[in-house]
Design a protein around this ligand. Sequence first.
Ligand code: SF4
Ligand code: SF4
Length: 146
Amino acid sequence: MPSYVNPDKCDGCKALDKTACQHICPNDLMVLDKDTMKAYNRDVTMCWECYNCVKICPTQAVEVRSYADFAPLGASATPMRSTDSILWTVKFRNGNVKRFKFPIRTTPEGQAAPDGGFQTKADLNSPVLFTEPASVGMDDIFRLKN
Ligand code: SF4
Ligand code: SF4
């Protein structure tokens, strides 16, 4: 089941030019209705349930089917993000509530080095990743000989 917006919770990201859910969706599915100031998923057949919009929404307005391995049929899962962790509140169909908190980063917010600290020159024709061979702890990578 694709994501859907609960209009009672959506505040249209307080009329920002581009809402958080629009910004984050890799399929460009989220649209803001400027009349109602509510967002909606414009093509549910294209939604792959990546959870991005669910996790970024500041008002917990976006819901999506929970994966069965952590929330069985009829349960809901609502995230609450902080700068270093995410807290999932799972409500089961029998009324039970469980909360799971996970760390989401290993460096403080805003301090991650864009290149990961690897000062290598980008070479689009190279067969190795730009951090290799250093990131795999080697002097050179294994290569097949002709
Ligand atoms: S991110 Fe949440 S509050 Fe903002 S427009 Fe989307 S659904 Fe509404
Ligand atoms: S779950 Fe992912 S693909 Fe679906 S609308 Fe949200 S961000 Fe887009």
